[in-house]
Design a protein around this ligand. Structure first.
Ligand code: ADP
Ligand code: MG
Length: 607
């Protein structure tokens, strides 16, 4: 082969093929085979066909998308929309590779707002399945249809079709048995289809969706423009409980907008299947975005649990490149740091506002309307006591030694968590406020308080340090000793001053006041265990919060610690002044309120 021109190369390939010889040299693939290969990227399974087709319907401005599936999509996928339709002259072109109506040049690609733009999907699908495309273009009354299979296309012919488009895909992978073998059971393939439909339907509340499998309606959601209908759509996808445990958020800054719903941390999952993130309407699974969300939840959730959310990021399309991945699930942001911090801040601000709800939600009951004659029981007369009296009574009852007064001035406004009444089993603190009875998990609450304080002190580099009069010596094993030698600078970061005191021991000279009461041996050994597990000090830098969380947990009041009423009240006041205090570092609630109406209901009062 002398010339390397494309034409000659093609001739040469045809010649070699014609000879029936085995082709061992470099050669061009024919168009049909090229399509089949690119179909490998686009079409992995029936669900990928569904995704491409629904996206086309959405791009065509449809307000209604109906999907009919037989046998998990292996036998039939039929999608019907009421969008703009395809012009009869373009019908054949639509099935042609690299034919698209959505972008014309490179500048369009930079600000692409449609879901599709590569012009590959229909051609790829037609190369591995039997496809029928019927459409009625918006300005026409007569529909047209065309069929394609195995690289052959039928001529266009008229058909009855309302405005919009129907695409029918039968016998997926009929001509690529190797691919067909990779398909899973009908049930599995269908569940992938369902997932795709869920993702897409959450991206467009202004579109109605319907999904029918083997003649059974599986999902049907009308256009959802009101908050009530939106909640209904959310519930049908994320479960009925989601909306009761979710927080609607909206955060606008730096030219971006983040909105949607996030579940409270205690309402989490053991897998990441209920995480929906959209960037400019496109569903994505992007590392940077995931990381930002995880970071925001880090302080309030167990390791290994996954938050539930439906989030929408709106950002200038020119600031994000969607053309980095064939499925367009990953993105590239021009200013990734800003995007990351924006999302983290938006979510953590929202999480910081979460207050535990009333324990059992009861319909509001008019408190005054409860038929109960207070004057009949003389001792009841004093209830509710004014705050000041209440404090005095408590103090007299419970304090043998006058404790330092926590609050010099009794405020006019009742504190949120009210005043302590006592402890149950030395685990829970009971308190009352005007709304009812408050139950506090003492350890969980104290853990959060310590953690937030430690974090604040360390971040502002204002660690209140307690110097030990006599250094405290701790024996370490060899691994611990190595870990300490490599990381003792990091100990400083945590506010712990230590040095070598022997071949197998270190001396602690000072530590943060906040944790001065903790058992030092276990505390230090546990920190070292964390460090050993994390591997390197580099990692430790990033994991300071995790370590602090563990430190706080170890230094926090243990269950079965008896507290005085004064101490309990001090704890309550601390909680009120601590961010995220409604949840412990692992996302468990720290307190609950049982409202008066709820108590009345329990005791059938007022009936
Ligand atoms: P892309 O979506 O990347 O443009 P496709 O192969 O998916 O490529 O579709 C090719 C073209 O066919 C689209 O650009 C669009 O003009 C047309 N098309 C496909 N599906 C529809 C539909 N449901 N309604 C209207 N036009 C459609
Ligand atoms: Mg497309």
């Amino acid at each position: 082969m002398k010339s390397s021109s494309f034409h000659d190369l093609q001739l040469y390939c045809d010649f070699r093929r014609g000879q029936g010889g085995r082709i061992v040299n470099i050669h061009l693939l024919d168009t049909h085979l090229t399509n089949q290969i690119s179909a490998g990227e686009v079409v992995e399974r029936p669900a990928s066909v569904v995704k491409e087709l629904i996206e086309n319907s959405l791009d065509a401005g449809s307000s209604k998308v109906g999907l009919e599936i037989l046998q998990g999509g292996m036998e039939l996928i039929r999608i019907r929309d009421n969008g703009n339709g395809i012009h009869p002259d373009d019908l054949a072109l639509a099935l042609h590779p690299h034919a698209t109506s959505k972008i014309a040049d490179l500048s369009d690609l930079e600000k692409v707002s449609s879901l599709g733009f590569r012009g590959e999907a229909l051609a790829s699908i037609a190369s591995i399945a039997r496809v029928k495309l019927s459409s009625c273009y918006k300005e026409q009354t007569q529909g047209q249809q065309i069929s394609a299979a195995g690289g052959e296309m039928s001529p266009t012919s008229p058909c009855a079709h309302p405005r919009g488009t129907t695409v029918e895909v039968r016998d997926l992978f009929y001509n690529t048995p190797a691919r067909r073998k990779f398909l899973k059971s009908v049930k599995t393939e269908f569940s992938h289809i369902e997932t795709i439909l869920q993702r897409l339907s959450l991206s467009r509340f202004d579109v109605a969706f319907e999904l029918i499998h083997n003649d059974k309606t599986i999902f049907s959601s009308p256009i959802a423009q009101t908050s009530e209908t939106q909640q209904r759509r959310l519930s049908s996808i994320l479960g009925n409980d989601f909306i009761h445990h979710a927080l609607a958020i909206e955060f606008i800054a730096a030219g971006m907008k983040l909105w949607g719903w996030i579940a409270e941390p205690a309402f989490n999952r053991n897998q990441n299947d209920l995480q929906f993130f959209y960037v400019n309407g496109r569903f994505v699974r992007d590392k940077l975005l995931n990381h930002a969300v995880r970071q925001a939840y880090e302080d309030v959730m167990f390791n290994g649990r996954y938050p539930i959310y439906v989030l929408y990021l709106e950002i200038d399309p020119r600031a994000v490149d969607v053309n980095v991945h064939p499925t367009k699930h990953e993105l590239r942001f021009r200013d990734s740091r800003t995007v990351h911090d924006f999302i983290e801040k938006g979510i953590s601000d929202a999480l910081a506002q979460i207050k535990p709800e009333v324990m059992i939600s009861a319909p509001p009951v008019e408190y005054e309307s409860i038929a109960f004659d207070i004057s009949a029981i003389p001792t009841q007369k004093a209830m509710p006591l004014v705050v000041k009296e209440q404090m005095e009574v408590y103090n007299k009852l419970h304090e043998t030694v006058p404790a330092p007064l926590v609050m010099e001035k009794i405020p006019d406004i009742e504190p949120q968590l009210g005043y302590a009444l006592g402890q149950i089993q030395d685990i829970y603190i009971l308190a009352q406020n005007k709304q009812g009875l408050i139950i506090v998990d003492m350890h969980a609450a104290h853990e959060r308080i310590l953690y937030e304080k430690l974090k604040h002190e360390i971040e502002t580099q204002q660690i209140a340090v307690q110097t030990l009069l006599v250094p405290y010596i701790i024996e370490l094993n060899r691994t611990e000793m190595c870990a300490w030698e490599e990381n003792h600078a990091q100990f400083q970061l945590l506010g712990i001053q230590s040095d070598v005191s022997g071949p197998n021991s270190i001396a602690i000279r000072s530590l943060p006041k906040l944790i001065a009461n903790a058992k030092l041996d276990t505390l230090i050994q546990d920190i070292l265990a964390d460090i050993i597990e994390m591997g390197s000090s580099q990692k430790m830098q990033n994991k300071v919060h995790e370590i602090l969380g563990n430190v706080a947990c170890r230094a926090a009041l243990k269950a079965h610690t008896r507290l005085s009423i004064m101490q309990m009240n001090a704890l309550l006041r601390d909680m009120e002044n601590t961010p995220h205090s409604g949840l412990c570092n692992h996302g468990r609630p720290t307190w609950k309120l049982i409202s008066m109406p709820e108590l009345d209901k329990m005791f059938l009062r007022g009936r």
